[in-house]
Design a protein around this ligand. Sequence first.
Ligand SMILES: Cc1ncc(COP(=O)(O)O)c(C=O)c1O
Length: 429
Amino acid sequence: MNYKRSSALFTEAQKVIPGGVNSPVRAFKAVGGTPIFVEKAEGAYLYDVDGNKMIDYINSWGPMILGHAYEPVVNAVIDKAKKGTSFGMPTEIETEIAALAVSMVPNIDKIRFVNSGTEACMSAVRLARGFSGKDKIIKFAGCYHGHSDSFLIQAGSGAITFGTPNSPGVTEGTAKDTLLANYNDLKNVEDVIAANKDEIACIIIEPVAGNMGCIPPAKGFLEGLRNLCDQNNILLIFDEVMTGFRLAAGGVQELFGVKADIVTFGKVIGGGLPVGAFAAREEIMNYLAPIGPVYQAGTLSGNPLAMAAGLAMLKELNENREVFKSINEKTAYLHKGIDEALASENIKFTINRVGSMISVHFSEKPVIDFASAAEANNENFKKFFHGLLNEGVYIAPSAFETWFICDALSYEDLDATIAACKKVAKQLK
Ligand SMILES: Cc1ncc(COP(=O)(O)O)c(C=O)c1O
């Protein structure tokens, strides 16, 4: 494939945008090569500025669950835009989408809309701290909750006592309030809690992890966290930015029947526009300004275009619950096909999948946490990524990302992808 125009645009972009991109993973640093500049997208396909067509397995990192340029969403945005694009005053549609979201997701009474998943998680943690009167939080190594300071933390030398910043600009003072635990390791969480007794406001987790590839929670892990939280007066935050309105209408709480105290959303809830949200039972949400003491605000929060896109998307998913079954079946079909394609070349690999989230790890060991995800063969991943791209299949340009399946994919698309995997497998070790 020819990427001449993408290359030229990347050169120009780098002159005025740091690294040429507005979000780092887009830069292809993990896989090498030049990022592809998109011209347009429709259904399951991306079209780049050089005229290449690709089957898209990223779908804007999750939001486009029904495919790109989905007509009801596009029309809702166009209709709204004609009436003005922002007012900074309440609008009826905010209540409409809030009521629908509350009706679809278990255990939430009220929801507040923000502009990104980062804001949602940052605000959820502030709310948990304000509500509980405690400062420390537990997060899991390899889970991503956006780029706010409290989350850009890695395990320190005393891993069960405090974390250290993993980006310059994050202060030691902030880092000391974030404790790191290992995903799927309940004993480790217990130890962290015991070492910080009565100081922990909340545990925040991707209840199905998607930021170290897809990693399912081990049997009993989420239930165990729920019990630990109950026993220690800790709030449990499910970061459902990826999983919300994707793995089920009610997200992971519905899928696995485990109750969270606060839930965060992003991606699908905005139908492809910049939206995040956080939600909880009334008692917790009433702690927020203007009725409660915890401050949180946004000039463009609840923006009419974003709400129109989100509402159109949620309505579609609410009225057609078969969608979840359909994307799960498509992903299962893809899983089986890729499994056979890689096995036929004796490649060492592990495929993880939950519903419509799937990832291929070039490791023969089970991938259950950050450490096991990091052990995989990245050289093979790079070849796999570029090989698939060459065949017109676009997956995330990093081994630490999940693929997001959308319902616009046809079984012919899936067969073409499996055939591409078979071809590329021959180039792997
Ligand atoms: C689980 C999770 N939480 C939070 C975020 C941050 O969302 P945003 O990129 O919209 O700020 C992401 C982004 O990928 C995510 O995957």
